[in-house]
Design a protein around this ligand. Structure first.
Ligand code: GDP
Ligand code: MG
Length: 179
């Protein structure tokens, strides 16, 4: 489309998928992004897709967020592999098990690289930064895994400010557009 908006697509859409071990904060991050609020208790078995009209770099985009809830790690991943425009793989910095768990997701994604568009970006998110006192995963451990799997990397807290959580979701949209 051309004209006063140049080549901008009028109704861009972007599908984001959150992956990671139970309890790492996928739902808390999703709810924070959608409502600006931190909700501390969220049904751990609820998986759903939410939609939000966003402005990313002054461009409207309908962002759909699939908040997954796998109880047994990366199984039955067909439902999101081809749907996703970007993946957010989450662990909590105060839980080494969740860090191991997120690497299973990263391995699964790299195994299935042929199923989805090879340019689909992956963002590694170390959540619960407010729990720094109980940190089990160093920032450099996170960075090393991000480099190994060719991801961008952020540490964040779902219970701190909204903007830093929003930034990660918007960054996923930006990278998906570039891909
Ligand atoms: P999910 O299974 O990945 O969806 O995890 P939830 O979003 O349900 O969060 C699991 C637990 O961790 C809940 O008790 C949340 O309140 C808590 N939680 C989530 N994010 C944070 C965070 O950034 N900081 C802290 N301190 N707790 C968090
Ligand atoms: Mg959840």
């Amino acid at each position: 489309m051309t004209g006063m908006f140049g080549k901008v697509k009028p109704c861009a859409e972007c599908n984001l998928v959150l992956l990671g071990a139970m309890g790492c904060g996928k739902s808390a991050l999703t709810v924070k992004f959608l409502t600006k609020r931190f909700i501390s208790e969220y049904d751990p078995y609820l998986e759903d897709i939410y939609s939000s009209d966003e402005l990313v770099d002054q461009q409207p985009v309908t962002v759909r967020v699939m908040d997954t809830s796998d109880q047994e790690g990366p199984v039955n991943c067909e439902r999101y592999l081809s749907w996703a425009n970007a993946f957010l793989v989450v662990y909590s910095i105060n839980d080494m098990e969740s860090f191991k768990g997120c690497q299973l997701y990263l391995q699964t994604l790299s195994m299935h690289k042929n199923t989805f568009r090879s340019q689909t970006p992956i963002i590694l998110v170390g959540n619960k930064l407010d729990m720094d006192r109980y940190r089990q995963v160093s920032q450099s451990d996170g960075e090393a895994v991000a480099i190994r799997f060719d991801c961008s990397f952020f540490e964040v807290s779902a219970c701190w400010d909204f903007l830093s959580v929003q930034h990660i979701f918007h960054e996923a949209v930006r990278r998906a557009k570039r891909g």
